[in-house]
Design a protein around this ligand. Structure first.
Ligand SMILES: Cc1cc2nc3c(=O)[nH]c(=O)nc-3n(C[C@H](O)[C@H](O)[C@H](O)COP(=O)(O)OP(=O)(O)OC[C@H]3O[C@@H](n4cnc5c(N)ncnc54)[C@H](O)[C@@H]3O)c2cc1C
Length: 488
């Protein structure tokens, strides 16, 4: 074993440079060298413009302020997602899934209790935006920046230009000592035990390492192609496998949320950046041809045939093991759960953090993979459950796509238990706490989704006209008072 631990990162998309910056930061006091090998001849995926609050944690950990990175990446603030037309039959045309802030500790329990009361048929307030402060910011298009003297910490994510984010992170990682090599990887050498020993480029240069991180995107050159780790597809309950993208003019004033609108065979995103609006349509080609999807997308955006639309394929699923021998996959090479809720970079950061912890804890032994694999797979599975629920609970009747999604019985046990708890009128918050869900989507998120879709029984004929904690706790007045501290 060398005294210096050599980490080789293959691939320089957002996942590669995030990982390079994080490992360089975390291991700065250790004898660790980091080299990132990528080919400028092989394009990055070039999409991925929205984040969860994880990206804020990532930049905070690196000590990089919003003022430093946001202008360089055309970034804007994101306080949540607005969902339109996913559940028209419930009478709720749109709802919001706001990110949870410290302020929401006052309203979490009233929200959960009201949802339970409504499940008994009583007419109480359940619209998520009314209970969560970021919902008020979204409506008023106010920035989530915590004002001086405001005693609560705000949570938010961002919208950003992914290519520029990659460039920013590259510069930062290089300033921390990461070596960058522009070369096409043509082969991989292995040790007799099957672990990786070096990457070989097209000029026969060898890049020797102790730990190899595969960030080569959907190709997964090291983990899937070299070590033959199988990929588990999620296609049985996540049907979308295609996407198309088109940028349009920026809007003014700038919204502080992503909009996700259900269309005939998938959904479209609208992401406001400083310099453009990012648009995309995610759909399933088993239900809609590319031509038909493109026409629908153009109509939805109101753009002519001259506008150049870019088409992409997506592999939705995850690898059976994320860390095998001395190779770990991060980013699209480890898996992808379609862009609804924008969780890809969240999973990259969570995986990379855990990798650093495990690698360091085991004395920089690249073979310590057990805990890591179990925890990362669970995070993927839990995100998957939350995304699948968006399709399962839809109440659209316009196409076979939506009907098949609604009637699809291929659900995980954990998702069935969550839905069962809800439909039986039991305490979902208690159920989720008991299951200790290792996930970004906590009880509030699940209540937003289920209440936002109007997943409730018909109202009872007898209504006592009381018991609405939203009114009793005067939450509207409380949040509107707080809102006065924030600027558009
Ligand atoms: C339609 C769509 C929408 C998305 N929206 C979001 C979103 O809103 N939010 C979010 O968080 N994520 C989103 N994602 C996911 C996001 O795009 C990716 O997670 C993110 O860009 C990271 O990609 P990556 O770095 O893993 O792969 P890539 O960007 O594909 O990078 C792969 C890298 O590997 C290199 N490479 C490959 N082969 C070789 C070789 N032989 N030699 C040398 N180098 C090589 C390439 O040069 C490149 O640098 C979306 C994805 C899709 C498909």
């Amino acid at each position: 074993m060398n005294s210096e631990h050599r980490i080789i990162i293959a691939g320089g998309g957002t996942a590669g440079w995030m990982t390079a910056a994080l490992t360089a930061h975390r291991f700065k006091h250790f004898p660790v060298s980091i080299t990132l090998v990528e080919s400028s001849q092989i394009a990055t995926i070039g999409v991925g413009e929205g984040s969860t609050p994880s990206l804020k944690q990532f930049f905070t950990e690196l000590g990089i302020s919003d003022e430093t990175w946001m202008p360089e990446c055309s970034a804007t603030y994101k306080v949540g997602i607005q969902f339109c037309d996913w559940s028209p039959a419930s009478g709720v045309p749109q709802y919001r899934h706001p990110f949870i802030s410290q302020l929401d500790t006052f309203s979490q329990r009233p929200f959960e209790v009201n949802c339970q009361t409504r499940r008994l048929g009583l007419d109480v307030t359940t619209l998520p935006d009314k209970f969560l402060f970021n919902g008020y910011l979204a409506k008023a298009q106010c920035l989530p920046v915590t004002p001086p003297n405001f005693p609560f910490r705000m949570e938010y994510g961002y919208h950003f230009d992914s290519a520029r984010l990659g460039q920013f992170l590259k510069k930062h990682a290089q300033s921390l000592g990461v070596q960058h090599v522009d070369a096409k990887i043509a082969g991989v050498d292995t040790h007799p035990d099957g672990s990786l020993s070096s990457l070989i480029d097209t000029n026969s240069n060898h890049y020797n390492g102790d730990l190899f991180i595969d960030c080569t995107g959907f190709r997964s050159l090291l983990l899937q192609q070299t070590l033959n780790v199988p990929f588990t597809s999620f296609a049985d309950n996540l049907f979308n496998n295609k996407a198309m993208v088109l940028a349009t003019e920026p809007t003014s004033p700038l919204p502080v949320e992503t909009k996700a609108t259900a269309l005939s065979n998938g959904w479209a995103w609208q992401i406001p950046l400083q310099t453009r609006t990012g648009n995309g349509y995610v759909y399933s080609d088993a239900y809609q041809s590319q031509d038909s999807a493109e026409q629908e997308f153009r109509r939805y955006l109101g753009v002519s045939d001259a506008a150049q639309i870019e088409h992409l394929s997506m592999q939705v699923g995850q690898v059976e093991q994320h860390w095998v021998k001395n190779c770990v996959a991060l980013g699209l090479s480890q898996g992808f759960i379609e862009p609804l809720e924008a969780t890809a970079l969240h999973l990259v950061y969570q995986s990379a953090r855990l990798l650093c912890e495990q690698y360091q804890k085991s004395g920089f032994n690249a073979q310590q993979s057990g805990t890591y694999n179990q925890q990362v797979s669970t995070q993927f599975d839990n995100v998957r459950d939350y995304i699948v629920a968006h399709y399962k609970l839809n109440t659209r009747n316009d196409t076979a796509y939506w009907q098949h999604n609604r009637n699809n019985g291929k659900l995980s046990d954990s998702l069935m238990q969550i839905l069962d708890t809800w439909y039986r009128g039991e305490d979902l918050a208690a159920h989720l706490t008991k299951k200790a869900h290792l996930t970004h989507f906590n009880s509030i998120s699940w209540h937003c989704l289920l209440a936002g879709y109007g997943t409730f029984p018909a109202l009872a004929t007898q209504q006592p006209g009381q018991g609405d904690l939203f009114k009793e706790h005067q939450l509207q007045q409380f949040f509107e008072g707080c809102l006065l501290n924030f600027k558009a």
